[in-house]
Design a protein around this ligand. Sequence first.
Ligand code: FPP
Length: 251
Amino acid sequence: MFNFRLGRKAEAEGTLVVPKHIGIIMDGNGRWAKKRMQPRIMGHKAGMEALHKVTKVASDMGVQVLTVYAFSTENWSRPETEVKFIMNLPVDFYEKYVPELHQHNVKIQMIGETDRLPAGTLDALKKAESLTELNTGLILNFALNYGGRAEIVQAIRAIAQDVLEAKYAPSDVDDALVSDYLQTRTLPSSLRDPDLIIRTSGELRLSNFLPWQAAYSELYFTDVLWPDFDEVAFQAAIEAYSKRQRRFGGI
Ligand code: FPP
């Protein structure tokens, strides 16, 4: 259960606001490994372990969706051995952690282009999705081979096609309709947009992560490298979020 001393105090005082949907750009795995004179892939392995821990903490806290940027459409340009290693992580994750997350009522989903994923990667994700399909707890949403602009382009094409087929008029196209064509449409409609986006390792960019959905997200940047991102770092992000005033363009 949610058992951080400070968190409990803040929660009891009503000062801790838990975001419903958190997006995480898990950055800094390579630098974490370099600091330890290890190959970059060791950073990704440690990054997977950090993800497992953060998922449990987020679930205990009552977060409803965790969308994690595991591989972008631009990451294919990395050395082949590194790409292969990252692509095998879902297989490892499925074997090592999914059974336990399933016990925690975690539901696994994914966004991104599945066509280019190796068969084993896709198979592990599909098995995780079907095993956890009926779970009602935290949704762990993997963004794998995901690119935000490509997602928007694909939505525009599908909308244009449906307008051509006279399913609706151009004037019917609004925020809600666009949201129904994005890959996040598989999430409950009130939970599609992240309340908070966390990026680790000191980089101050969104890097094509959920550009539509992030329109009103609070952004939190930390110098902590992703494999070091633990309960305390997570707690710090939630506390920072709790102090923000979200106005959505109002006053
Ligand atoms: C960015 O760090 C990280 C990635 C591209 C991979 C992230 C993947 C994980 C954390 C594991 C996810 C787990 C599963 C099950 C898919 P970087 O390599 O760009 O770090 P650097 O900027 O320090 O080089």
